[in-house]
Design a protein around this ligand. Sequence first.
Ligand SMILES: NC(=O)c1ccc[n+]([C@@H]2O[C@H](COP(=O)([O-])OP(=O)(O)OC[C@H]3O[C@@H](n4cnc5c(N)ncnc54)[C@H](OP(=O)(O)O)[C@@H]3O)[C@@H](O)[C@H]2O)c1
Length: 259
Amino acid sequence: MDLELKGKLAVITGSSKGIGLGMARAFAREGANVLINARNAPAVEAVSKQIANEFGVLAVPVVADVSTAAGCQSIIDAAARSGGADIFVSNAGTGSNETVAEAPDEKWMDFWTLHVMAAVRLSRGLADQMEAKGGGAMLMNASICAVQPLWYEPIYNTTKAALLMFAKCLSSEMIKRNIHVNTVNPGLIRTPDWENTARELRGDEWEQYLQEVADEHADIKRFGSVEELADFCVFLCSPRASYSVGSTYHVDGGMLKTV
Ligand SMILES: NC(=O)c1ccc[n+]([C@@H]2O[C@H](COP(=O)([O-])OP(=O)(O)OC[C@H]3O[C@@H](n4cnc5c(N)ncnc54)[C@H](OP(=O)(O)O)[C@@H]3O)[C@@H](O)[C@H]2O)c1
């Protein structure tokens, strides 16, 4: 299937590693140009060069913190200089660990700006570029925790649920401009971050730890790979998924326990 992505510009936040990097590579494999973003400058530069060399596409490096208005604006400006965005994936995010009783207001606000305001600011700013090009696609990377919480991370669960609702509201508004907005809720996706956490918790038995997590949560009894998730997301952002509007897709190996 030709995903009709050649020459399009895909803006992916948090794309220096993990899921975002996997998505950037999957878009580039389809011939799309990509905007690579994260806060760590050497990683952003290295990933951009690697993708440009490997796939022969344009890879635009933007070092920016998406939890700030200025950081979002620098991404919007860089996309405009590169011909305008066709696709936007709001991916940058991170887990939390706290109780409601002990977490201070500042922590709530930090996660709100990272998980919600980044998506608000970037979708608002990139929509004009997409409309000028005839339309586009936006994908919010929330989490299964937006609908099925893990109890050690109430701030993560709550802000990801807010992102999901934001995407639904945004989709009704944006489809009038031929911009398709959807959400993906991944389950357990094996990233270097998960592997590092496992090593910290269990040392040499880290792989066993990951297996125990998968056994407990996912019917399929394994983590998903970054590639398994990225391929799904790239299809969802392509013109081949053009009747998907305002939907939420779980890619979770059977982790969701409701219909
Ligand atoms: N892995 C999973 O099992 C899983 C499951 C469900 C949902 N998710 C969601 O998927 C997304 C990606 O997760 P991941 O596991 O791939 O995480 P990861 O491996 O930790 O990668 C996160 C990426 O985001 C960047 N980033 C973090 N904060 C940023 C900020 N303020 N501004 C710009 N970039 C920022 C990081 O680079 P810098 O630190 O250099 O900025 C990195 O490139 C997150 O939203 C996460 O909630 C993950």
